[in-house]
Structure formats: structure tokens, C-alpha cells
Ligand binder design. Sequence first.
Ligand SMILES: [Zn+2]
Length: 233
Amino acid sequence: MATPTRALVIAAHPDDADFGAGGLIATWTSQGCEVTVVCVTDGDGGGFDDKVPRDQVPLIRRAEQQEAARLLGVKQCLFLGRPDGFVEVDRDLRRDLARAIRQVRPEIVVSHSPERNYDFVFLYHPDHLATGAAALAAVYPDARNEFAFPELELPIWKVPQVWQFGGPADNHAVDVTDVFDAKVAACSAHDSQTPMLDRSVEAELRDLLGRTAQQHGLPVGRLAEAYRIIETA
Ligand SMILES: [Zn+2]
């Protein structure tokens, strides 16, 4: 599958892009793709050391995201600053995402799946579902509809493909074995989040990505991320 020239990753919280799609991002940037990451929230409602003043949390998490992005070769990170835990698919969010799409003009948008797998309820944060739904609404119809959001004063843009991660119905696996170290480094940059894991970031990811590779029929020992690719041209 051809590497896009420009891709836009739309994530609910700092760290979602890296845990969800860090291998894909590293693969694409190594092949010359310009990747932009949009974080809808600053992750200010997440678990954290209670000795750290709460008003410092957004700054810390933005800095962690910027460092992770640097490690993956991401061109830029945009932060929408919405309150963590209460993302809704409203007009303002759809406008902000349509703006990002019209500015970046990506061939592929990568985002959360808006669908749950009810066997794993705890994987489906409401912010992830809302962000995935808003991203899809921004792709179709908002960014391509010349009558939507005229206040943006930007030319329309039709995104040909959306890749969703974390959903119940993946249809494509990406072998990320060769960029696994970069994904581990990017995920590990989120220092404020990783103490919540039972094991090291490396061990957690190796297990998860190894299982994903096996489910998609890759050879033993390979590591993969899985996506549902949706044609939106
Ligand atoms: Zn998240």
C-alpha cells in the first residue's frame, strides 16, 4: 500500500496517537510522509501523581506529546484544549477538525474507531468514541462541503481514506516490527501515564502487537498494528 504524502492523526488524548498508531506513524515518516497530530484534549483528567498541581497537568502532557512526536518524526502537533473526559461531537469540534483537514490536506486521516467492542468495555473511553465520530464527520461531509463552515475561509479538501484504530472490525495489519523501538520510545515519553502499567511499556507493547500480528496471519515473531481502512473518496 502506497505511503501517503501527508497524513493527519486525530487523537483524543496525548499518548493515544503513539499507543494507537505509533508504529504506523514511524513507518510513514521514515518514508517521507508529513504527519500532523491533533490532540483534542490535553489529557488533564487522567490519572496522575496527586502531588503535581492540576493546572500543571496540561502543560506536562503537551510537552510529553511534543517529545513523542519528535521521536516519531512528526511534523507538527496541534492541541485543541477541550476538557478531558467530556469530548462531544459538536459543531465547534467538527469545525476545528475540518479546519485541520483543510489546512493539512491529508490523503489519509487516522483516528479512533467510533465503535465499541463490548467484550472489552474498558478500552472504550467516551472521548475516544466521540473523537473518532467527529473525525469521520469532519472528513465527510464537513471538510469537502463548500457550504460548511464558510468562516474558515479555506478551500475544501476531500480525504480519500480513513484508517481507524482500536475498533472491533479491523481489516488491515501493518507490520511495525522494524520501527518497534521508535514506538516504544514515543509511548515511554508519556512519563506521567506509564506508571499505571503493570509491566514495562516495551513488554506491554510486545505482547499486544505480537498478538495482533498473529491474529492477522503474520509470521511468528512479527509485530503489528491493526486498522479498519475506510474508503471515503
Ligand atoms: Zn485516550
